[in-house]
Design a protein around this ligand. Structure first.
Ligand code: 5RP
Length: 220
């Protein structure tokens, strides 16, 4: 069975009546959202806060009630994917380019549950290039300043030019060899003018659901 599907569907068992739910982005949480759509059709009352336009579109198609983030003070539970997870539950996110909204939603959440397949579980972050959202104005300068932190940033491209985030910004995929100190690196990056947000999520995830060959394992 598809490992992402296993993890994504398992996460739906943590959803309870009346919750305000952060709805993550990507091909793993896709399965959670599909399950959630079924639960809503069966009468479950929840409200969802999407972390991207793509997720909002999917949720609306499935009949999941949507709230704007400005309408909530707190989110009960957010379920989202990740590109890498280390043993301290520090994450690299943003492979799909939704990192800013994902971090904003995660920051309002009482609980952040991450769904991954076992290929995402690593001992040290950094093999996956770290996505950093930057303002288009002067992005070349921002990129040079980021490179001084020991990586090689590459502008993410789409079919007809730069990839544009839901917030109208660019993504620099930053190739480090290893990220030994994710919290420090996140602080250093967010101090650089032009950086909007980084894909490093530190001290945010509470639980990781991992889909593997032998089924699902839950780390908390
Ligand atoms: C999008 C993300 C995704 O959660 C991350 O890229 C994992 O995606 P997938 O579940 O498709 O592997 O951070 O910005």
């Amino acid at each position: 069975m598809d490992k992402k599907k296993l993890a994504g569907e398992q996460a739906a068992t943590y959803i309870e009546e009346g919750m305000i739910l952060g709805l993550g982005t990507g091909s793993t949480v896709y399965w959670t959202i599909q399950k959630l759509g079924e639960l809503v059709k069966q009468g479950l009352k929840i409200k969802g806060i999407p972390t991207s336009k793509a997720t909002e579109h999917l949720a609306r198609e499935l009949g999941i009630p949507i709230l704007d983030i400005s309408e909530v003070q707190e989110i009960d539970l957010t379920i989202d994917g990740a590109d890498e997870v280390n043993p301290d539950f520090a994450l690299i996110k943003g492979g799909g380019g939704a990192l800013f909204r994902e971090k904003m939603v995660a920051s309002l959440s009482r609980r952040l549950l991450i769904v991954v397949d076992d290929s995402k579980v690593v001992s040290t972050l950094g093999k996956f290039p770290l996505p950093v959202e930057v303002v288009p104005f002067g992005w070349e300068i921002t990129s040079r300043n980021i490179a001084r932190l020991g990586c090689s940033p590459k502008l993410r491209l789409h079919t007809a030019g730069p990839f544009i985030t839901d917030n109208g910004n660019y993504i620099l995929d930053c190739y480090f060899t290893e990220i030994q100190h994710p919290e420090l690196l996140n602080e250093q990056l967010t101090k650089i003018i032009g950086v909007v947000e980084t894909g490093l999520f530190v001290n945010m995830a509470e639980m990781i659901i991992v889909g593997g060959n032998d089924g699902v394992s839950v780390k908390s």
